[in-house]
Design a protein around this ligand. Structure first.
Ligand code: GLC
Length: 554
């Protein structure tokens, strides 16, 4: 890794300020032409990411998997699924990324495995009480003959959290716990054998040269003792994030696991990093995930969930800087990922849409495309001016909206099936990217196949069209990333400024950042010299749903 430093001075490690681009491999670029993106596809497109100016990429899972939850159901943690290529393809991708100065973070899914994992298959064959069963959470059922689940927990994807097995002798048997789909049995993280296995999996990928891990469902790995019944409020977010004391989210003992992993990563050079996916009720609690001896980053989901409202946005930024600052960690800002409605649509929604719910043909409230895009561009212009690290989700640099018109017959998200179509789920943010306005599947591959249908109007968002247009969202992202680097915005502090109740306004050094979240234009100083703006300015007035970085003499 010639261009990347071995170890940075404490406080200046790369992950503190990095802009990390999330690749959802099945939808990024498809070299094989089977309609599902792959690792050679990523390698072939790395130049476009270097050109965008990101510091690192995070890849959603590409390991061996029956793909019941798009790869978040891993059957072999040490191999690549043939859908995505081979381990050699992975090594090539990693080498090529590093050659361009781009670090590589991979997804680790430790809360559960696939039901096809050798350990779970062995557990099914083994007897109740056996060491094979002890790697997962098997329990006897309630009721006279064990016919009722061990408790009342509801799965994130809908339905109950328990599945009953048939024992080797053909009789109805024990139940196992699955926070997600029944094909995703939860590991028992109180079992030392599970812990040792994951230390070894971490080392397998660290030895290959990965720069870090995004840790899936980092807040779910430990369940409260005794597995007590729990009924969430009707409007609860299924991944948690609102209520305290949920017996399967954010249990204190998860922190031991991350302390242990921190020590494993510290054995390696290059400041390898862990980033947690943890949906927690408060920023203070979220910040506990990144105490100095635990994870390095954790997604700032309270920020992602903030509506387009100036006061709420100011508050969440202030509280984030306080909470993460108190533990000496950066905030890890994020607006979109593969589990939420894309922010170019979400920020114009007129109703709540919790994580995983989605928008589809029959959703009564549909966001206005132009409003959503203007707000998304402004929101990103604010985000990339904030101190800390920021994650981008593939396609947001094109201003892609949520694909809202996917016909039912094409849907793939288990959420859609487990709720009998009540929740559309996450397919709308996972549609393969448009690279070219012309050609099969907008340049996603050469064959025209696409695992989810691409909306016809996406030609206008194709990368080749946007690359040639100085006013495009892609050109905006490039300018923001260049200026962010030039001004060192990833670190340092922020000074609040007052530009009215409907503005979010602060200063980074001599650069002023103002976003207009109100209904009236905001007047900027007459001598404002614009560095970058999310949309056209009207003389020295900042239109609604627009943000700007500028310098001025006064
Ligand atoms: C995480 C992933 C999501 C997946 C779930 C189960 O929330 O981001 O896509 O469905 O975990 O692994």
């Amino acid at each position: 890794m010639p261009q990347l430093e071995q170890f940075a001075a404490p406080g200046s490690e790369w992950w503190r300020s990095a802009v990390i681009y999330q690749i959802y491999p099945r939808s990024f670029a498809d070299a094989s032409g089977d309609g599902i993106g792959d690792l050679p596809g990523i390698t072939a497109r790395l130049d476009s990411l270097a050109d965008l100016g990101v510091d690192a990429i995070w890849l959603s899972p590409f390991m061996t998997s029956p793909q019941r939850d798009a790869g978040y159901d891993v059957a072999d943690y040490r191999d690549v699924d043939p859908l995505f290529g081979t381990l050699a393809d992975f090594d090539t991708m990693l080498t090529e990324a590093h050659a361009r100065g781009i670090r590589v973070v991979i997804d680790l899914v430790p809360n559960h495995s696939s039901a096809q994992h050798a350990w779970f298959q062995a557990a099914l064959k083994a007897a109740p009480g056996s060491p094979e069963r002890a790697r997962y959470i098997f329990r006897d059922g309630k009721g006279e003959n064990g016919e009722l689940p061990p408790n009342n927990w509801e799965s994130v994807f809908g339905g109950g959290m328990w599945e009953r097995v048939t024992e080797a002798d053909g009789t109805p048997g024990q139940w196992y716990l699955h926070i997600f789909d029944p094909t995703q049995p939860d590991f028992d993280w109180t079992n030392e054998e599970v812990r040792e296995e994951f230390r070894s999996i971490l080392r397998f990928w660290l030895d290959r040269g990965v720069d870090g891990f995004r840790v899936d469902v980092a807040h779910g790995m430990i369940k409260a003792e005794g597995l007590p019944d729990y009924t969430p409020p009707a409007d609860a977010d299924s991944m948690g994030g609102e209520e305290a004391n949920v017996p399967y989210w954010g249990q204190e003992a998860v922190h031991d696991i991350y302390r242990d992993w921190h020590r494993v990563l510290a054995e390696y050079d290059g400041d390898r990093a862990l980033c947690g996916e943890a949906w927690l009720p408060t920023l203070k609690k979220t910040a506990l995930w990144v105490r100095p001896d635990e994870m390095h980053q954790t997604f700032n989901f309270p920020y992602l969930k903030t509506a387009w409202d100036a006061e709420e946005l100011r508050d969440v930024i202030r509280d984030s800087l306080d909470a993460f600052g108190a533990v000496g960690a950066p905030s890890t800002w994020v607006l979109s990922n593969h589990d939420v409605v894309r922010h170019a649509s979400r920020l114009a929604l007129t109703a709540d849409n919790p994580q995983g719910e989605g928008i589809g043909p029959l959703t009564p409230y549909k966001p206005d495309t132009a409003t959503g895009l203007a707000r998304a561009r402004a929101a990103t212009t604010v985000m990339l001016a904030l101190p800390g690290s920021a994650y981008l989700y593939q396609g947001e640099e094109l201003g892609l909206p949520e694909a809202m018109e996917i016909p039912d017959a094409f849907r793939q998200d288990p959420t859609w099936f487990r709720t009998n179509g009540e929740r559309y789920g996450r397919d709308g943010c996972r549609v393969p990217l448009p690279w070219t306005a012309d050609g099969p599947s907008f340049g996603f591959n050469d064959s025209g196949a696409s695992w989810l249908p691409q909306p016809a109007h996406w030609a206008a968002y194709a990368r080749d069209v946007e690359a040639a247009d100085p006013d495009s969202t892609l050109s905006l992202y490039r300018r923001l990333l260049t200026a962010r680097r030039e001004h060192g915005f990833g670190s340092g502090s922020l000074i609040w400024e007052d530009a009215g109740a409907d503005a979010v306004a602060f200063r980074r050094g001599d650069v002023h950042v103002v976003a207009n979240l109100g209904r009236e234009p905001i007047t900027l100083p007459a001598d404002a010299s614009v560095i970058v703006a999310s949309g056209p300015l009207d003389g020295s007035s900042l239109p609604v749903d627009t943000a700007v970085w500028y310098t001025a003499r006064e």
